[in-house]
Design a protein around this ligand. Structure first.
Ligand code: HEC
Length: 189
């Protein structure tokens, strides 16, 4: 049996021993079937650091949370007083989904324990441009560290307006989040 296997193996290596000349031609490997991308699973990955609060602060920076949830973050290069951090904004983002408002995370996180916060962030699928698909993929450990950081800031600010999704349009200033043709420039003041 072993010998036969050996012979077959040698035969494969020595193209001359094949009976079908076409089979001896080098044949291009068939292109691999396009594999659908596996759903990213990063639950085994989490950030380590000196404390949960420090990790959470780092993740809030890295996750871009302040860019939308802290008023004046971009305009001041991140120099926002602590009482303004992550309090949300009443300037809406408007698009085909209606108008959405980056929430007051200090009030929201303060109402949930770390586990409930992580569950919400893993499961919720809300309106753009909140990067829900991105936070859905964060590990529970990292989400709980974000909760530790946000709750360490304490409650501050006011609740933001409710999203408008009935087609009636925003009642607040809003940012039009829809691609415009170049002819639309210069934009209306
Ligand atoms: C591009 C802007 C943007 C960024 C970046 C962003 N958000 Fe949001 N966020 C929003 C908007 C808009 C909403 C409202 C979405 C909705 O109504 O579903 C929202 C909603 C939320 C809510 C629900 C608020 C509530 O009170 O119910 C949470 C929690 C949240 N964001 C956390 C985060 C965290 C944590 C990060 C950083 C990892 C982040 N967001 C980054 C825009 C943003």
């Amino acid at each position: 049996m072993k010998l036969q296997t050996l012979a077959a193996g040698l035969c494969l290596l020595m193209t001359a021993c094949t009976q079908n000349p076409e089979a001896a031609m080098p044949v291009a490997e068939p292109a691999p079937a396009p594999a659908s991308l596996p759903a990213p699973s990063v639950s085994s990955v989490h950030v380590t650091g000196a404390s949960q609060i420090e990790i959470g602060a780092y993740l809030a920076d890295l996750g871009g949370c302040h860019d939308c949830h802290t008023p004046g973050w971009a305009q001041t290069g991140g120099n926002v007083p602590e009482d303004q951090l992550l309090v949300g904004t009443d300037v809406g983002f408007s698009g085909p989904w209606g108008t959405s408002y980056p929430g007051n995370l200090r009030l929201t996180a303060g109402q949930l324990d770390a586990g409930a916060w992580a569950d919400m962030m893993k499961d919720r699928n809300g309106l753009p441009p909140m990067p829900w698909p991105t936070v859905n993929r964060m590990s529970r450990e990292d989400l709980m560290a974000l909760h530790a950081y946000i709750t360490s800031l304490g409650p501050a600010g006011e609740p933001v307006p409710m999203a408008v999704t009935d087609g009636s349009g925003p009642r607040t200033p809003f940012i039009w989040f829809v691609p415009q043709p170049p002819e639309a420039w210069p934009a209306q003041p």
